[in-house]
Design a binder for this molecule. Structure first.
Ligand code: C2E
Ligand code: MG
Ligand code: MG
Length: 853
């Protein structure tokens, strides 16, 4: 058969026979006519059929893929041109052969499943290998369908050459394996079909583990961008499964429980639809590891948030602003700012112009660095540091970028530090530095230079502080500060200057007496005593006043002079005020001179002792001596102890001086005894400062030892100040001294606080009646009363009594009358040099002694 000459149709012969019959004259005309017309009809039909056949042929050959018509048992009935070309054989070689001639790999009963499918009315599709004439093979995908071939049940099979597709697929697969993007293919039930090697690497598949196992949900905790756990429904693949739509670049964390490792991925899930399908049949997940990026951006965000730094951009041309989250947090606007105006609204009114100017400067090329104040929508005030500059990128309109940093806390710290640095933490008053600065400022201004300073010191504060403890002491200071503040009101600056010292600076321009009136008011504020629980304490104040500029035109000088005046006021009896005078300054000058000279006096051997006899008032016999210090200063001449002892106590030099006196007196007693004089005891004055610390008893013992004297050869006179100071070791020192046999006496008894309960507690031997009272007897009634009281106390406590300052016979008689046994005074002798004292002793004849004893 030739494809170009179609086989003659069977109808052709029939038509010719009909024509011939139609021309047979034996037939009736009617029949001939009928036959002729039938022949014509038949010819027309044949022509139609022929046309249909050519059309089929043309179409058949036009199909680019090989098409074959197979009989029911698989015999090839027809093959198109593409088939002839593909198999590289002539048509005759194929038609009439079984299809396994072209498909050598088909199994024996290969037609059974084909018919099974076709009988169901479906198309049978199979991938097979076809063979060419030369024996070479190529893959094809064959689609087979039912076909009625010239009345016979047959099959039309279209084979598509897959060799091209295979190449593309190979390239595609290679690409999938090389690309550094994880690719997962899942069917719509979620089970995994495929994972490329990047995916396997990122998933961390272990050898022997199946992908399905590795991807089991219980191995992973999916996390949202903010670190919270991501619910199952939110997983990108699940969202894709639900919606059938692409889920684009969602960020999620995958925490692997076993490895305890968090990987951040960005995943896109694409559903795949078969041609014409309404539902996807699989989905493709493309994902990349963004842990590094995420970490960087997290760190960056955190760093920004920690440093309270946000970023901003302003496109001035389009009036668009962009603020980072941190910047938004810092500025706290009502709504997200869109234009510059919205940003300016966050700032304080005065600051807006500054910011605008800075932006303007920046557009001209200058950067800026500003501290600005503003307020958040919630009412919180803030301080920000804004840095900005022109963005270099080429844009038509000015484009500025920069940072905004929250410096509110820094500013607050700065402010509170400034306040703290100027405030006394206990009382809340100004502190020393602050008031010095304020004075400095005022004194520098001639219009304000007429000011006065009040230096206030609480009297007896130390005593109360020691008695009640430091908490109560602090409380007392706070209350005292409040009283001073109430008294001063708005008329002066008040500062705490030191422990219990306060300073008031007030204006004296209009009224020069104003400071003194203030001083009175402050003293008045201390009239009421302070209550602490059940206890009540009378605390008074001593105040010194100094006026600028005459008493000092610098803060230090002014304060120093007010202090001096205060000190003087205190010395003259406390609870008063004293204005500074040049006389005070002179005395201060002397004092300073004395103090500086005193320091060297022991080393320079400028001291000596005189000895005043203590005599039996009845017979005038010398029973002991009191050692009295004398200072023959190289610089200042002869000085009495009243002039320098208190200075020595202030400076602390008294301790060394006292030590010298002690040793010198003992040395003298030893010398007298060695000379055969009958002196038994010398009394030495001891300052309260020598009782501070616990060295006094030890020193006394050492000195007694040095001169081989018994304790009874020494008497120590101390004033009631020792009892007031009440150093912790005082009682033990007394006990130790008494144990040494030393005689202990309270000097100037009656002058001080006369805290009688002390007398009972202390292991003392005697009292010395102050010469203040001896002076007034026998005429001054109150002095008489005191003397009577003191002698009564001494007698009832079993203490010895010595009367000081006995100058007259009348006094001696009076004292004798009171029963006072021993006296000391100019009536008998002043302080005598050792030689004079020895002569005096020698003059007392043994006979005198006998008769006096
Ligand atoms: P005081 O211990 O009460 O000593 C008695 C003071 O009265 C002595 O003054 C003495 O000279 C003086 N005096 C004696 N008899 C009479 C008199 O009849 N009439 C008058 N008006 N005065 C008389 P002085 O020596 O100036 O000593 C004054 C104070 O200095 C002493 O008072 C004593 O408290 C202290 N003092 C003296 N020497 C020392 C010492 O070595 N160490 C210490 N810590 N204080 C000393
Ligand atoms: Mg004395
Ligand atoms: Mg005395």
């Amino acid at each position: 058969m030739n494809a170009n000459t179609p086989p003659p149709l069977p109808s052709d012969g029939l038509a010719a026979a009909l024509e011939a019959a139609g021309r047979d004259p034996v037939l009736p005309a009617e029949t001939r006519d009928l036959l002729a017309r039938a022949a014509i009809e038949l010819r027309a039909l044949a022509i139609d059929a022929d046309a249909a056949r050519s059309r089929y042929r043309a179409l058949f050959d036009a199909v680019p893929d090989p098409v074959s018509i197979l009989s029911e048992d698989g015999t090839v009935l027809d093959l198109n041109k593409a088939g002839i070309a593909a198999y590289r054989r002539p048509r005759e070689e194929i038609v009439g052969r079984n299809i396994d001639f072209l498909n050598p790999d088909l199994p024996r009963d290969h037609m059974a499943p084909v018919w099974e499918t076709l009988n169901r009315g479906e198309t049978f599709v199979i991938e097979v290998t076809n063979m060419r004439a030369d024996g070479s093979r190529f893959p094809v995908e064959v689609h087979s369908a039912n076909f009625d071939f010239e009345g016979r049940k047959s099959i039309v099979a279209v084979a598509r050459d897959l060799s091209q597709r295979g190449e593309a697929e190979t390239r595609y697969r290679e690409l999938m394996e090389l690309i550094d993007v994880g690719i997962l293919i899942q069917d719509m039930s979620g089970s995994f079909q495929y994972a490329n090697s990047a995916a396997l690497r990122m998933i961390g598949l272990r050898s022997g583990e199946s992908l399905e196992d590795a991807m089991r949900l219980e191995n992973w905790i999916p996390l949202r961008e903010d670190g919270s756990q991501m619910p199952y429904d939110e997983l990108p693949s699940v969202r894709c499964m639900r919606s059938g739509r692409i889920v684009e670049s969602s960020l999620l964390g995958m925490y692997h429980r076993g490895r305890r490792q968090l990987t951040w991925i960005s995943a896109t899930v694409v559903p795949q639809y078969a041609p014409g399908a309404s539902k996807p049949h699989q989905m493709l997940t493309l994902f990349s590891d963004v842990t590094h990026l995420k970490r960087n951006s997290t760190l960056f965000d955190r760093a920004q948030a920690l440093a309270h730094i946000g970023g901003w951009e302003i496109d001035l041309g389009r009036d668009r602003v962009f603020l980072t989250d941190e910047a938004l947090r810092i500025l706290g606007p009502h709504e997200k700012p869109e234009g510059l105006v919205d940003v300016l609204a966050c700032l304080r009114e005065g600051e807006r112009a500054r910011f605008r100017e800075a932006l303007q400067r920046a557009t001209d090329g200058g950067g800026f660095d500003l501290e600005l104040q503003g307020m958040r929508a919630n009412g919180e005030p803030f301080w920000v540091r804004v840095i900005g500059e022109l963005e270099t990128r080429q844009t038509a309109s000015p484009y500025l970028t920069g940072t905004v940093q929250d410096i509110t806390t820094d500013k607050r710290d700065e402010e509170s530090l400034r306040v703290l640095a100027r405030t006394d933490p206990l009382t809340g008053l100004l502190n020393r530095d602050a008031v010095l600065d304020a004075l400095e400022e005022r004194l520098a201004d001639p219009a304000q230079a007429q000011i006065a300073v009040l230096y206030i010191d609480l009297d007896r504060f130390k005593t109360v502080n020691d008695a009640l403890g430091h908490n109560a002491g602090d409380e007392l200071l706070v209350r005292a500060a409040r009283r001073i503040a109430n008294a001063v009101g708005t008329e002066g600056l008040i500062a705490r200057f030191g422990g219990d010292e306060f300073l008031v600076a007030c204006d004296a321009t209009g009224d020069p007496q104003q400071p003194e009136r203030l001083a009175e008011r402050i003293l008045g504020a201390f009239a009421d005593s302070f209550r602490f629980g059940k206890d009540e304490f009378a605390i008074t104040a001593s105040i010194g006043v100094a006026h600028a500029p005459q008493d000092g035109d610098r803060p230090q000088a002014l304060i120093q002079n007010a202090d001096l005046a205060m000190y003087d006021s205190k010395r003259r009896g406390r609870n008063g005020w004293q204005a500074f005078t040049p006389e005070l300054a002179r005395r201060q000058q002397d004092r300073l001179q004395i103090e500086s000279q005193l320091r060297r006096a022991v080393d320079n051997d400028e001291f000596h002792l005189v000895y005043q006899p203590q005599v039996d008032l009845r017979f005038g016999r010398v029973v002991a001596a009191e050692a009295l210090i004398r200072w023959q200063s190289h610089q200042l001449g002869e000085l009495r102890p009243d002039l320098f002892i208190s200075h020595a106590e202030t400076t602390g030099d008294i301790v060394r001086i006292g030590q010298w006196v002690l040793r010198e007196a003992c040395r003298q007693v030893r010398a007298w005894q060695d000379q055969g004089l009958g002196i038994v005891r010398v009394a030495v004055n001891v300052s309260y400062r020598q009782f501070v610390g616990d060295e006094l008893a030890e020193r006394v013992r050492a000195v007694l030892d040095e001169f081989s004297l018994p304790g009874s050869a020494l008497e120590l006179e101390f004033t009631e100040r020792v009892l007031i100071e009440d150093a912790p070791s005082t009682l033990r020192t007394f006990a130790d001294l008494r144990a040494l046999g030393v005689v202990l006496t309270i000097d100037d008894f009656g002058e001080g606080y006369s805290a009688l309960n002390y007398l009972r507690r202390l292991p003392i031997h005697g009292l010395k009646l102050s010469q203040l009272f001896t002076e007034g007897v026998p005429n001054n009634r109150s002095d008489v009363a005191v003397c009577q009281a003191v002698s009564g106390i001494a007698r009832s406590l079993g203490l010895g009594l010595v009367a000081e300052g006995v100058e007259s016979e009348a006094q001696r008689q009076f004292l004798l009358g009171l029963g006072v046994p021993i006296g000391q005074g100019f009536l008998f002798a002043p302080g005598l040099s050792p030689d004079d004292f020895a002569r005096r002793l020698r003059e007392e004849t043994p006979l005198d002694r006998l008769s006096n004893g």
